[in-house]
Design a protein around this ligand. Structure first.
Ligand SMILES: [Zn+2]
Length: 441
């Protein structure tokens, strides 16, 4: 970007052009494949690191053994569904510190990991979280007395590996497989806006199935969520770093007090455990494409789960497009450990703050429809709102020449800032995720 110009209009034009030059240069870089996010097909593919990652069988055996050692806090069931040609099993672990049954006095949390087969790291986070809840393993930076204070009134259901059949395909060598065992994307098989295809629809990545809930895994999860009636739902994925609220199928967030509750939780998680790196906003407004038929949109719109999230916990944006294991999973021990510990701590934080933030909304702290209408990218909306309020003080009094000049300068500056933000939004949304390669959400 060139030096600032002394004349505002020239500055604006220069800035506008520079943004597009940046976009153009970025596009050239991507197409050239030097750093190969979308290209780089010649690069060697990274194999699953068995030193770091458990196989699906080992991981689920470990879950079962852990539950067996803590029958007072943990229980487990294996839910099954399917037809003669295709069967699915989903393991569900229930944590209740006080051993209480599900009832109105409990705060209920439902977490799902491993909905996409290639996102192995998410199931490792699930396992570590279960170890932390059972107090067999401590989470670095988390006070051991924390669990005593936070978890008494919670019932938490954890699905450590929603898509076991898809995961087995990945383990057999199909490292880019995200769909279930018969080629359907489980995050497109739910009924909200099901089957809608955007212009850039990728049939390999996003096959929505033959009908809403055609897939047994989705049937099981729907039944589980309906019977459990959680206050919090989190669908945990990898492929990028992002914290998303509804909606995935449109470029906006819900309105009202729930928006503020979800926003404040996501921003705190981002600040404390994603270290400000995560994109925060609606899935559809932030990830760079719209997704139809997703779990999170169904949880929010149909089951009325007041806090419904999708977390994207890790992504290597430098990985070549076909190097899926590296793109979706940490490949070295230090990063692996850091991701697992940070996100485990993030869930523990959420268990503490979510009941409070949801309670705040019931107390009427926020009223009215404050949904984000600026595209669902929360992290950039505050500045726009502040600027919108800047011109409200003109009250009809006579302004001297000096004041007029001042207001004119302010107006021009506001225009320039708004233009800058607009261009940044466009360039970010374009560069973040264009559907040339494997999708995270
Ligand atoms: Zn995913």
């Amino acid at each position: 970007m060139g030096p600032l110009q002394s004349k505002t209009p020239f500055f604006a034009v220069s800035l506008f052009c520079d943004r597009y030059c940046c976009c153009f240069l970025l596009l050239l870089l991507l197409v050239s494949g030097r750093n190969g996010y979308y290209v780089g097909a010649d690069s060697p593919l990274t194999a699953i690191s068995h030193d770091l990652y458990r196989s699906s069988g080992t991981l689920l055996d470990e879950v079962k053994a852990l539950v067996g050692r803590h029958p007072e806090q943990l229980t487990m069931e294996v839910m099954k569904a399917g037809d003669p040609g295709y069967l699915a099993e989903v393991t569900v672990v229930t944590y209740s510190r006080s051993g209480r049954d599900i009832g109105n006095s409990t705060f209920r949390v439902l977490l799902s990991f491993g909905q996409h087969g290639r996102e192995l790291i998410t199931s490792e986070v699930a396992l570590r979280l279960l170890y932390a809840l059972s107090e067999e393993t401590k989470v670095p930076g988390v006070d051991p007395t924390y669990l005593d204070r936070v978890l008494d009134d919670l019932v938490i259901k954890v699905v450590p590996m929603e898509n076991l059949n898809g995961r087995k395909l990945v383990e057999s060598g199909e490292l880019c497989e995200r769909r279930n065992g018969r080629g359907v994307d489980l995050n497109r098989n739910w009924s909200v806006d099901w089957g809608k295809k955007e212009q850039d629809f990728d049939p390999y990545e996003e096959n929505p199935g033959t009908a809403p809930f055609s897939e047994p895994e989705a049937q099981i999860m729907q039944k589980l969520a309906e019977s459990f009636s959680p206050h919090v739902w989190v669908n945990v994925h990898s492929g990028m770093e992002g914290l998303f609220m509804p909606y995935d199928h449109k470029n906006s967030t819900p309105g009202g007090s729930k928006f503020w509750a979800m926003k404040s939780i996501l921003e705190e998680v981002n600040r404390r455990h994603c270290h400000g790196r995560c994109i925060v906003g609606s899935g559809g407004g932030s990830v760079g494409y719209l997704a139809h038929g997703t779990s999170t949109d169904y949880m929010y719109d149909i089951l009325r789960v007041p806090i419904s999230f999708t977390f994207e916990i890790y992504g290597d944006l430098e990985a070549p497009s076909k190097d899926c294991f590296r793109m979706f999973n940490p490949v070295d021990a230090v990063t692996f450990s850091s991701v697992v510990n940070e996100w485990c701590a993030a869930f523990l934080l959420m268990f503490e703050i979510a009941p409070r933030r949801l309670g705040d909304t019931d107390g009427g702290r926020v009223s009215g429809d404050y949904g984000d209408s600026s595209g669902g990218l929360i992290s950039e909306s505050g500045g726009v709102a502040a600027l919108r309020g800047g011109g409200a003080k003109v009250e009809g009094i006579e302004l001297g020449l000096q004041e007029l000049k001042t207001y004119f300068r302010l107006f021009m500056m506001s225009t320039v800032v708004l233009m800058f933000m607009f261009c940044t939004r466009i360039s970010r949304n374009r560069s973040r995720q264009t559907k040339f390669g494997p999708l995270p959400l």
